[in-house]
Design a protein. Sequence first.
Length: 303
Amino acid sequence: MEIPIGRRPALALVAAVLAGCARGDAGEAKAPEVACAVVEKGITLPEELRESSGIVASRRHAGVYWSHNDSGRHPDLFAVGLDGQLLGKMTVTGAQNNDWEDIALGPCPGGGGDCLYLADTGNNGKKRRHVTLWVFPEPVPGDGATAPAREFKARFPGDPTDIEALAVLPDGRVLLVSKGNNDVVELIRWPTPLQAGIEPTLEPLRQLAPEPTELGDRVTGASASPDGRFVAVRTYAALAIYRTAGLLGTGTPIAQLDLDPLAETQGEAVSLANDGSVVLTSEGPGSKHLPGTISRLRCALPR
């Protein structure tokens, strides 16, 4: 049974974006354009994937989703199904997992099909001056290892910040969203085309929300729809969906959703499909060493 998701403006991210929405004759903010419903929630992920920090739908293999663990673990890539079953596990050849935070699919730099992009961008207390993308062709779930990953680095324009959200557009543009740890939530562009051995400076594009006052309002994941029309940005406790043109300009979300009905332990990742299907993962409670979960929504995106 599908359960409609409520909209709770008390969340800081939601409140911030609602404040900028167009207002009706009565002076009240207009409701978001898009309604979403829960299709399935709380499906257990494999025990080996208890810290699922990013997720993206495969474009080569129907029903396959790629995910990975958070920082400090072996550089493994996992293939899972929507039923939570493990479909494959492989080493990302040549990569190190310093602090992997998100994953995306996009065109391979220089052409040659689709590649997976792993965002080694976590910076929680580490004060790293650089961030890294590991990029490699999308593998087959049964592979034992990926093709060699290419390493691309970029540096911050100023003080380092923590970044857990990555989206790659069909034309290869790479977007990041800062988490909001002791700072504003900011949309950031990674200069493209990506070039190995060259460290460009990340380019802030716009502020999406003020510094979060609640832990649940910090940004933990992002995803562009494969057709590039929409971008989803999630926090621990909420989801916002933008038209891509609006996100890159001054637009506000067409959907703002309270994710409390999912009862996620630590909401981390999001994958957005062209048809409005949304897949979310949550890390398991670390103190109990339990596996994470996967949930599904359906959003009625405009054509």
